[in-house]
Design a protein around this ligand. Structure first.
Ligand code: ATP
Ligand code: MG
Length: 138
């Protein structure tokens, strides 16, 4: 099924200059970029985005990191986009990520791990409208 998913290039990867390489990997793997913008979140906006993790011990540190610099937010489209993009990202902790995945190539550690991807249809239904209006998605 043709699906959309939300991708974020996180502050560590934007700062390190990996954005172009990550976008190239997405396109080489058949993902079409339907919308894209570079923004900097406030701490409150990062907290809102990661509200599902509000009770986790890493919530404060994660949302401080996610608001520490510019991010690039994209809506990607492809057959089976949600699961296929999770596979292409690799495991949360880059030391467990399969060789060739984006996190194996570009993540620094379990927190500063280069990219985000929606993990389910329910997540895309929250995450895509968090950043984009219907008019902004091609
Ligand atoms: P994402 O939601 O960013 O795509 P994920 O689904 O692989 O990543 P989650 O469990 O949803 O991982 O965690 C969200 C984010 O919180 C991780 O990507 C990472 O930046 C951070 N994180 C997760 N676990 C830890 C941890 N144990 N310590 C520090 N940060 C963590
Ligand atoms: Mg997640």
């Amino acid at each position: 099924m043709l699906e959309k998913t939300l991708s974020i290039i996180k502050p560590d990867a934007v700062k390190a200059g990996y954005s172009g390489k990550i976008i190239a990997i997405l396109e080489e793997n058949g993902f079409e970029i339907k919308a894209m913008k570079k923004i900097k979140l406030t701490k409150k906006q990062a907290e809102g985005f990661y509200i599902v993790h509000k009770d986790r011990p890493f919530y404060d540190s994660l949302t401080t990191f996610m608001s520490s610099g510019s991010i690039i937010v994209m809506v990607l489209e492809k057959e089976n986009a949600i699961a296929d993009y999770r596979e292409l990202m690799g495991a949360t902790d880059p030391s467990n990520a399969k060789p060739g995945t984006i996190r194996a190539l570009y993540a620094k550690n379990i927190e500063e791990n280069a990219v985000h991807g929606s993990d389910s249809k329910e997540s895309t239904d929250f995450e895509i409208p968090y950043f984009f209006s219907a008019l902004e998605i091609l």
